[in-house]
Ligand binder design. Structure first.
Ligand SMILES: Cc1cc2nc3c(=O)[nH]c(=O)nc-3n(C[C@H](O)[C@H](O)[C@H](O)COP(=O)(O)OP(=O)(O)OC[C@H]3O[C@@H](n4cnc5c(N)ncnc54)[C@H](O)[C@@H]3O)c2cc1C
Ligand code: SF4
Length: 448
């Protein structure tokens, strides 16, 4: 998929990648070998399902072939059989299917994600994506807590199977981390709103600004529904409990990104603003990259991104065997932007943070980071804003789980997405939301 020029896109928050043109997608589909054991799909029988290839079980070689033949509508139908939201995965998925593609052994894998994007963009343009029929009034009524990709996919699957569904969301708008986590540069919020409207048009009711466990108790919820799916995410961030952590100017990545996206949505300046500041992002994973890209757009004076591990190799790393992830150096959109504007990759490898130190002018605010590069002597870096992006530890919903365990009213409760498996990927959340919906359906004969 072509990326917009880095120096141009740094002036806005529009998406980085545009769709591949149909002819390129057709040619790329033609590279697919329709392998007998297609490692891009877990149901090829290789390895434990979900760990290799597409966790959704997408029938990739089939739609590759259909695109190659120019049978776009059939390709869309085949894709929709397994993926309810290709417009999300085609934008944000790290594409484990491409890591597993057999072409990848000795050349470029088939660009599966680009083909998926071409199919779904065309489907929306042609008007092929339509809401499901609403459920009859007497259908069992299922409650879903959380409107991230897991909750949305459960809602879509249940409504397709003709259940009545209400989704409860404590935030002001539905979408979970798709709305207030993944930045607009990766997923334009109009794409999210378009899908939510389709789900609403299928009869699903969204109750936003409603926290289950506080505004509605577990007992009250169970009394209103035949079954419940909890899909509350896992946003409990890992902290860096180092000397000086209490200083002002140190923020968690989620707080920083959420604040930035809310501000964009509202058209107001962000509360945590990198403008004119020397920024250090600690942690060089995908979320760290999103923080770098956001700080660049806010006009940071300087940005460094600290990783405590060594720099990965350019080729597949030792111990990272095909068909799993490559473990090689990934230069993401944010790093390319930093290279374009500053001439250097913002990442510093083997950089271990030792302490946060105060600024001379404002002793309650961070002014320096003490870091150590490998065996070298510790050094100080001047900073005005520090973003912690060192991972998530799980959900902080024990109070809610306890309420459900102690609830007097019986009705089956299922759990899906990050809340069930820990911090993961959108594609896993979508897959688990569907599975939870299908499990509700299998026990449906016992529901009211
Ligand atoms: C900054 C960031 C960037 C990411 N980028 C990517 C990416 O590019 N690609 C990718 O594949 N993955 C990415 N991820 C991971 C991905 O976003 C998550 O794995 C996915 O969103 C999990 O989906 P979910 O539905 O389980 O939970 P969430 O998306 O977290 O949604 C949970 C929802 O439940 C709501 N909720 C919680 N408790 C209650 C309650 N008691 N009552 C009502 N509502 C409640 C929350 O408000 C939230 O809206 C990223 C994560 C982060 C943090
Ligand atoms: S592994 Fe690659 S080449 Fe083989 S079927 Fe899947 S996408 Fe096609």
């Amino acid at each position: 998929m072509p990326a917009r020029n880095a120096l141009v896109r740094l002036n806005d928050y529009y998406e980085v990648y545009s769709p591949a043109d149909p002819e390129t997608a057709r040619a790329e589909g033609g590279r697919c070998m329709n392998c007998g054991a297609a490692f891009c799909m877990p149901d090829s029988g290789y390895g434990p399902a979900g760990n290799i290839g597409c966790p959704l079980g997408n029938k990739i070689p089939e739609w590759n072939e259909l695109v190659h033949l120019g049978r776009w509508r059939d390709a869309f139908k085949r894709l929709s059989q397994t993926n309810p939201f290709p417009e999300f995965t085609a934008r944000v998925c790290p594409a484990p299917c491409e890591d597993a593609c057999i072409h990848g052994i000795n050349e470029q894998p088939v660009q599966i994600k680009g083909i998926e994007r071409a199919i779904i963009d065309r489907a929306f343009q042609e008007g092929w994506v339509t809401p499901s029929r609403s459920a009859p009034a007497e259908a069992p009524h299922i409650g879903i807590v959380g409107s991230g990709p897991a909750g949305l996919s459960a809602a879509q699957e249940l409504t397709r199977m003709r259940y009545r569904v209400t989704v409860y969301e404590r935030d002001d708008k539905p979408g979970g981390l798709l709305r207030y986590g993944v930045p607009n540069m990766k997923l334009d919020k109009q794409i999210l709103d378009r899908r939510i409207k389709l789900i609403q048009d299928s009869g699903v009711v969204f109750r936003v600004g409603c926290e289950i466990g506080r505004d509605i108790t577990a007992d009250e919820l169970r009394a209103q529904h035949s079954a419940i799916i909890l899909a509350c995410g896992a946003k409990h961030a890992r902290d860096l409990r180092l000397p000086g952590r209490g200083l002002r100017g140190i923020h968690q990545a989620m707080d920083y990104l959420t604040d930035s996206m809310r501000a964009l949505d509202a058209g107001t300046p962000p509360r945590i603003n990198a403008k004119g500041k020397r920024v250090a992002v600690i942690g060089a994973g995908d979320t760290g990259a999103d923080c770098v890209a956001t700080a660049l757009r806010q006009g940071a004076a300087d940005i460094i991104n600290l990783a405590n591990g060594p720099m990965p190799p350019d080729e597949r790393a030792p111990g990272f065997h095909w068909p799993g992830p490559t473990g090689s150096l990934r230069t993401d959109y944010a790093h390319r932007e930093s290279i374009a504007i500053r001439g250097q990759d913002p990442r510093h490898w083997r950089a271990n943070t030792l302490a946060f130190e105060p600024s001379e002018a404002e002793p309650d605010t961070v002014g320096y980071l003490a870091i150590q590069n490998g065996e070298a002597k510790p050094q100080q870096i001047a900073v005005d804003l520090v973003i912690l992006s060192v991972g998530f530890t799980g959900h902080n919903m024990q109070h809610l789980v306890d309420q459900f365990e102690q609830a007097d009213v019986a009705c089956p409760v299922f759990i899906a997405g990050d809340m069930a498996r820990g911090p993961s990927l959108v594609v896993h959340a979508i897959a688990e939301g569907r599975q939870a919906a299908q499990t509700v359906h299998t026990v449906a004969k016992d529901l009211d």
